[in-house]
Design a protein around this ligand. Structure first.
Ligand code: SF4
Length: 461
């Protein structure tokens, strides 16, 4: 696995927040997908439940999704400069007692405080490497904090600064509807292995799913995958099963299986709101990969038209998209791969290269700032960040860090007992099988050859 990077310098000039504010104030050209992006996330905490402005604003928030209580007034009223001082003072006081993790898609204004930056699994691994830290502050989304809790040492507290930072894709598959689907598939296919010892169905869940679904896979002979190792994991599953139930992201499942040679006709979709997922028993007869009806609203925004326009505007541009993008977009791109693949491809390119990238805007703009020798831009001309990452703001980070300090980091007289706020824990009944599914993933051998070149993808965790 590629290790996460220690961040020492992050350009603030190119931050997405700043771009959004400049657009909102009419001081630069461009457009955003929502005027509410200029609002502070705490303005949404007590309001109508939803993912907030950004790419997932139209997605349905499940009933019972975690809500965030009111952020104390002193953090809401603090200026960016004051929050910066509070966060730095709290981190200095806490030292090795705390590790702050920042996801690639997190805003720069938060990422600048991260000890590690990476994708969800890299960050969970980073948390594991800091087993002496009492607390892991995960500046990402809910399923990532759960995964960190699964992989962290007993007694370590994983903290999500804003509990409303969920993930609309992860929320599209819940344990009840997956269990119901499983029961219908058992009724259809039976439970007996074939002559080669392969069971009828192997469940495969993307890392972007709840711990409950990882636990489901652990209990039912299944496995977890990331966007980096999906092909190796599918190969592992096909060795053990006649077919795969892949959730929650249909696009990662389809793009990966197609590159491995599975025909589209053998990849039916499962819509959990319809009997038999909207299929007939005959239609499921030949299924090799049953795709859950889930998607990422960030990556769904990318289109073939955008790729064509990028090629017109930037002749010779290298188009790289994430495998959560719809299949026509992946097919039209020059390459596809995980965030790790994208960052490595840019780092390895000769100076003067030109990249059109199909992934979340915070990562794209950060890469553009980090590699000024290249031309790097987001395929989507509309600034539309991940709504859920957006729910984390320096105000929440200052709040949870100062609670750990046990007082006001800027006021030595304001003593309070040290407190762990917004802790995310996974119950032991779920944690044990979920870890089993993760261990299977780690043990799955990488494929000997990368699939889909071109488009290309990378292998390995
Ligand atoms: S980018 Fe998509 S999959 Fe990732 S956290 Fe945001 S909504 Fe979820």
């Amino acid at each position: 696995m590629t290790t996460t990077s220690n961040i020492t310098d992050t350009s603030m000039t190119a931050s997405v927040d700043r771009t959004i504010r400049l657009i909102g104030a009419g001081q630069t050209t461009g457009s955003t997908c929502s005027p509410d992006l200029v609002k502070a996330p705490w303005e949404l905490d007590g309001g109508t439940p939803g993912y907030g402005p950004g790419s997932s604003m139209g997605d349905v928030l499940p009933t019972g999704a975690p809500r965030q209580g009111e952020l104390p007034a002193r953090y809401r009223a603090a200026s960016a400069r004051e929050l910066d001082a509070r966060i730095r003072a709290a981190k200095a006081t806490l030292g090795d007692r705390v590790v702050v993790l920042g996801h690639f898609y997190q805003r720069d204004e938060v990422v600048q405080y991260a000890d590690f930056v990476g994708d969800s699994f890299q960050l969970a691994q980073a948390a594991r490497s800091k087993s002496d830290a009492e607390a892991i502050v995960f500046c990402g989304v809910h399923f990532m904090a759960e995964t960190a809790d699964l992989l962290s040492a007993p007694g370590q507290a994983v903290i999500l600064p804003n509990l409303a930072a969920g993930c609309s894709m992860a929320d599209m598959a819940d344990i009840d509807s997956v269990t119901e689907c499983w029961e219908q598939l058992e009724e259809l296919y039976g439970t007996e292995p074939d002559a080669d010892g392969r069971v009828p169905v192997i469940p495969v869940t993307y890392m972007n799913s709840s711990a409950a679904l990882k636990g489901f896979c652990g209990e039912h002979g299944g496995i977890v995958c990331t966007s980096s190792n999906a092909a190796s994991v599918l190969e592992w599953a096909f060795e053990r099963g006649q077919r795969v139930l892949f959730f929650p992201d249909q696009h990662l499942g389809r793009n990966t299986a197609k590159a491995m040679g599975v025909p589209l006709e053998q990849m039916p979709m499962w819509n959990p709101r319809k009997p038999l997922g909207g299929n007939t028993p005959e239609g499921l007869d030949d299924a090799r990969v049953i795709l859950w009806h889930g998607f990422c609203s960030v990556h769904k925004r990318f289109t073939v038209d955008q790729i064509e326009q990028a090629r017109i505007d930037h002749p010779g541009v290298r188009v790289i998209v994430h495998p959560e993008c719809p299949m026509p977009v992946v097919d039209a791109a020059d390459e596809y791969g995980s965030t790790d693949y994208i960052t490595k491809a840019i780092a390895a390119a000769p100076a003067g290269s030109s990249f059109a990238i199909g992934t979340e805007i915070n990562l794209v703009q950060r890469l553009a700032a980090q590699y000024p020798q290249h031309t790097i831009f987001c395929l989507d001309p509309v600034v539309c960040p991940c709504s859920t990452m957006y729910r984390i703001h320096p105000g929440y980070l200052a709040w949870v860090l100062e609670a750990l300090v046990g007082g006001d980091a800027l006021d030595a007289g304001a003593d309070r007992p040290s407190e762990v706020l917004n802790r995310v824990t996974v119950g032991a009944d779920v944690a044990e099988p979920a870890r089993l599914a993760l261990e299977r993933m780690l043990a799955a051998k990488p494929r000997s050859e990368p699939v889909g070149v071109p488009p290309a993808t990378v292998d390995g965790v």
